[in-house]
Write a protein that binds this ligand. Structure first.
Ligand code: UDP
Length: 315
């Protein structure tokens, strides 16, 4: 296959690039490098089967040739980004996603949208299954991302229904692993950096809020299974084991062997928006894709910590 990975310089995008190249596909990665990082693709040889194009998908796309698959993984995705670049995020989920849908439609390619558990907002239903319509505040602190992805889902479904595009939607829950940007503010990387530096781990709020963390290697297998299927989705792709943020901080301290303590600080945005519980129901992914995560959190964390120690500039 000839595959376009938009956001190929990002954390998840770069792992997808690796996966497609490993199985013999030809890959074009496109990235604006607003939050993606060139170093995520440094190990990939540019050549017959890989091309890297620096471009912002909200702008008219250059001629990239024909594709069998187009994957949209291009968007800032950390809550810190929601505060600093809301308009870019909204443009990426609307204008940018539509440009990629047009490209996929013109090529007759399968299109895969990276959507998010954020479409469920601060969920009132646990665990979240795909038929839960969510609880999003359209003017809340996370609205730029949540609504951009909700709009992107709506546009993707509209292309599927009205333009005949072969579309798929993955709702990705919290993912961690090698190549996370160490300073983008997300909890896994932030805690690892703090623990390795012997600094206190900064738990926001009372630390009872939960997340479920999926290792990127598992996530990529789920995404490829969805791409290779004829399922439209949306399909939740994530780890179904819930962990409270305080317990997670303690786990990071254990895995790193750090002498760090845990410190509590107010939630960054007093207007709310930080979901209290988040956990996917992955029944659909299990039955339709035959997929479920395999990597235990402690093992994935150990690999991630080793990566951070070996590769990232943490000083
Ligand atoms: N969090 C925290 N300390 C940090 C960073 C994040 O306690 O230094 C909390 C955050 O408030 C949220 C959870 O960890 O409740 C997950 O945050 P993250 O930014 O990774 O992603 P989210 O799932 O909120 O989009």
């Amino acid at each position: 296959m000839r595959v376009l990975v938009a956001g190929g310089g990002g954390f998840i995008g770069s792992h997808l690039v690796d996966r497609f190249l490993d199985r013999g596909d030809t890959v074009v990665a496109i990235d604006s490098f607003v939050t993606g990082r060139r170093q995520n693709l440094d190990h990939v040889d540019v050549g017959d089967r890989f091309e890297l194009v620096e471009h912002d998908i909200t702008l008219e796309l250059p001629d990239l040739g024909r594709f069998d698959a187009v994957l949209n993984f291009a968007s800032p995705a950390s809550p810190d980004d929601f505060a600093t670049m809301p308009i870019q995020i909204l443009d990426t989920g609307s204008i940018g996603n539509r440009r990629l849908l047009d490209l996929a439609t013109a090529c007759g390619a399968r299109f895969l949208l990276a959507s998010t558990s954020e479409v469920y907002g601060d969920p009132q239903v646990h665990p979240q299954s795909e038929n839960y319509v969510g609880s999003v505040d359209p003017v809340g602190p996370r609205s730029c991302y949540d609504e951009a992805k909700r709009f992107a889902e709506a546009m993707t479904v509209a292309y599927g229904n009205h333009r005949g595009t072969d579309v798929a939607i993955a709702r990705i829950f919290n993912t961690y692993g090698e190549r996370m940007a160490p300073f983008d503010g997300r909890v896994v990387n932030t805690f690892i950096v703090q623990a390795l530096a012997g600094l206190p781990l900064t738990v926001h709020g009372d630390g009872t809020q939960t997340r479920s963390f999926c290792h990127v290697s598992d996530l990529v297998e789920g995404l490829v299974a969805l791409l290779d299927s004829d399922c439209r989705g949306p399909v939740n792709v994530g780890e179904p084991t819930e962990v409270a943020v305080t317990a997670f901080a303690e786990m990071v301290i254990d895995v790193t062997g750090s002498s760090s303590s845990v410190t509590y600080m107010p939630l960054p945005d007093q207007r709310g928006g930080d979901p209290q519980r988040r956990c996917p129901d992955i029944g659909l992914a299990r039955s339709v894709l035959g997929w479920e995560p395999r990597v235990r959190l402690v093992d994935g964390l150990t690999a991630t910590v080793a990566h951070f120690q070996g590769v990232e500039q943490l000083g």
